[in-house]
Ligand binder design. Structure first.
Ligand SMILES: [Zn+2]
Length: 206
């Protein structure tokens, strides 16, 4: 079980450290700090200091120190999620729904799969942009006609360069064949198909 990170951070600053520590070590206020005899080692002169506004404690005798979580983990032998629960309980803060480990993992896998597809689409976009850009400058009748069309539309060479305007051959397969993406699945091909259609049209300004 996990709790959202923002809740863990927020609870750490909201936790009443004095209230958490007092049952184990009576504390007395001294300036901004509270002092007491350390609950982790035997001593007669108080060297255990608690700073509630900063949210940490420190023993100058044995060196133990940390946050509210560290304290309840150490003194009550709790693990981290149990410590969060305990600190929330003492501080009167309601606990949010814990994140199920299994669901968390599943979401992570889904997110990674989505990112992989997005990366592939970006790669295809880059490739298609280069390919069409080069294609516009080729020495053939189709490319020439496309250049003439752009000229007629008064699109200057600088604009063509700046906006990387290209010419898509009138064939989906041509772009796809040139790249030999090696994608076997139809679903992946479709990224290129839908992309080509959009850019073919927008590239020529229809
Ligand atoms: Zn100590």
């Amino acid at each position: 079980m996990l709790y959202p990170q923002h809740f863990i951070d927020d609870l750490k600053t909201r936790a009443d450290l004095v209230r958490i520590i007092e049952p184990y070590a009576p504390l007395k206020k001294k300036g901004a700090n509270w002092m007491g005899c350390c609950p982790f080692h035997q001593e007669k002169t108080p060297s255990f200091s608690v700073n509630p506004s900063k949210g940490f404690y420190k023993c100058f005798g044995c060196g133990k120190g940390g946050t509210a979580y560290n304290f309840v983990m150490e003194i009550e032998g709790l693990n981290f999620p149990e410590a969060i629960k305990r600190v929330a309980e003492i501080s009167g803060v309601p606990l949010p729904e814990p994140i199920d480990d299994k669901k968390y993992e599943q979401n992570k896998v889904k997110k990674e799969a989505r990112k992989k597809i997005a990366d592939e689409v970006i790669e295809l976009n880059k490739y298609a942009l280069d390919f069409w850009e080069n294609h516009l400058q080729e020495n053939n009748a189709h490319a020439k006609a496309a250049r003439e069309y752009l000229e007629k539309r008064e699109i200057s060479k600088e604009t063509i360069k700046t906006f990387r305007i290209g010419f898509a051959p009138d064939s989906w397969e041509k772009t796809h064949r040139r790249k030999r993406f090696g994608f076997q699945k139809r679903g992946k091909k479709s990224h290129l198909r839908s992309f080509s259609r959009t850019n073919y049209i927008s590239g020529l300004g229809h």
